[in-house]
Design a protein. Structure first.
Length: 264
C-alpha cells in the first residue's frame, strides 16, 4: 500500500492544485482566448496587412502570410508568459505566504513529490493556454489546419522549458524582489527577439546564435511547424530535443532547490 501511495504522491499534489484551479478554469480559458485574439487583431491583421503588401514580404516569409506566421507563434509566447508568472509568484506563495508546500511535507509527501506535482500543474496550465490559442486560430482561414490539434502540446513543452527552471530559482528565494528583473531582462527580450514577430535571420549576425539557444525560439519554430508545416523531421526533432533538455534540467534543478528549501 505504501509503495502505491508513493508512486501516486505527485498526482496528489497536482489534485490539490486542481481543486483550486477548477473554481476559476473558465476565467483562465476565457483569458487564453481573449488575449491571443487581441494580439491577432492588432498585430496579425493590422501590421500583417502592411507586411504582406511590403516589397520584401515574399523574400522573408515566402508563401506564408504574416498573420499565419505571427499567429502560430502565440502557442509558444502565451505559454511562456503564463508559466513564467506561475513559476514565480504562484510558486513562491506555497513557500512564503500560504506555506502550502511546507504543510505538504508534514504528511508522507516528500519535497520531490511536491516539485513533480507542481510540474504537472504547470503542464495543465500550459495545455489550457494552448487550447485557448487553438480555438482562436480555428476562426481564421490562414490558420485553420489540422495541426492545431498538436500545437497545444508544443505550448506545454515551451511553457515547461520556462516554468521549471524559473520554479527552481523560486525555490531558493524568500522574496519576489528578483522576479521583475527576470521578466524585464529575460522573458520580454526573448519575446521580442525569439522569432515570434519576424524570422531570426532578420537579426544582426552576432545576435542570431543568442536566439538559437533560447527555448522560446525552439518553441515558436516547433509550434509553427506543427500548424503550417514546411519543416524537416530533423529540424522538428532538434527543436523537440532542445525543449526536452530544458524541461529535464529544469525539473532536476527544481527537485534540488525544493528539497533544500523544504528540508531546511
Amino acid at each position: 500500500m505504501q509503495r502505491r501511495l508513493t508512486s501516486w504522491a505527485p498526482v496528489r499534489v497536482y489534485l490539490r492544485d486542481w481543486t483550486f484551479f477548477r473554481r476559476m478554469w473558465w476565467s483562465v480559458m476565457l483569458g487564453s482566448i481573449i488575449q491571443p485574439l487581441l494580439f491577432l487583431l492588432g498585430v496579425g491583421l493590422g501590421i500583417g496587412e502592411l507586411v504582406d503588401n511590403g516589397p520584401a514580404a515574399a523574400n522573408v516569409l515566402g508563401d506564408t502570410s504574416y498573420f499565419a506566421f505571427y499567429a502560430t507563434a502565440l502557442f509558444a509566447t502565451s505559454a511562456m508568459f503564463v508559466l513564467s508568472q506561475e513559476a514565480m509568484w504562484g510558486t513562491l506563495d506555497g513557500f512564503q505566504w500560504s506555506s502550502a508546500h511546507v504543510a505538504m511535507i508534514s504528511t508522507p509527501l516528500t519535497p520531490t513529490d511536491v516539485a513533480i506535482g507542481k510540474a504537472l500543474h504547470y503542464a495543465m496550465r500550459a495545455l489550457f493556454t494552448g487550447v485557448g490559442v487553438a480555438l482562436v486560430l480555428a476562426l481564421f482561414d490562414d490558420t485553420r489546419r489540422v495541426g492545431l490539434l498538436l500545437a497545444p502540446f508544443g505550448s506545454v513543452l515551451t511553457g515547461l522549458a520556462f516554468g521549471l527552471p524559473i520554479a527552481a530559482w523560486t525555490g531558493s528565494r524568500t522574496t519576489d524582489a528578483s522576479f521583475p528583473a527576470i521578466l524585464r531582462f529575460g522573458v520580454i527580450p526573448m519575446f521580442l527577439f525569439g522569432g515570434a514577430f519576424y524570422p531570426i535571420t532578420q537579426l544582426p549576425g552576432w545576435l542570431q546564435p543568442v536566439a538559437w539557444i533560447t527555448p522560446l525560439w525552439h518553441g515558436v519554430e516547433l509550434c509553427r511547424a506543427m500548424v503550417l508545416g514546411g519543416t524537416s523531421p530533423a529540424q522538428m526533432a532538434m527543436h523537440l530535443g532542445v525543449l526536452l533538455a530544458f524541461c529535464s534540467l529544469g525539473l532536476f534543478a527544481m527537485t534540488k532547490t525544493f528539497a533544500a528549501r523544504l528540508r531546511a
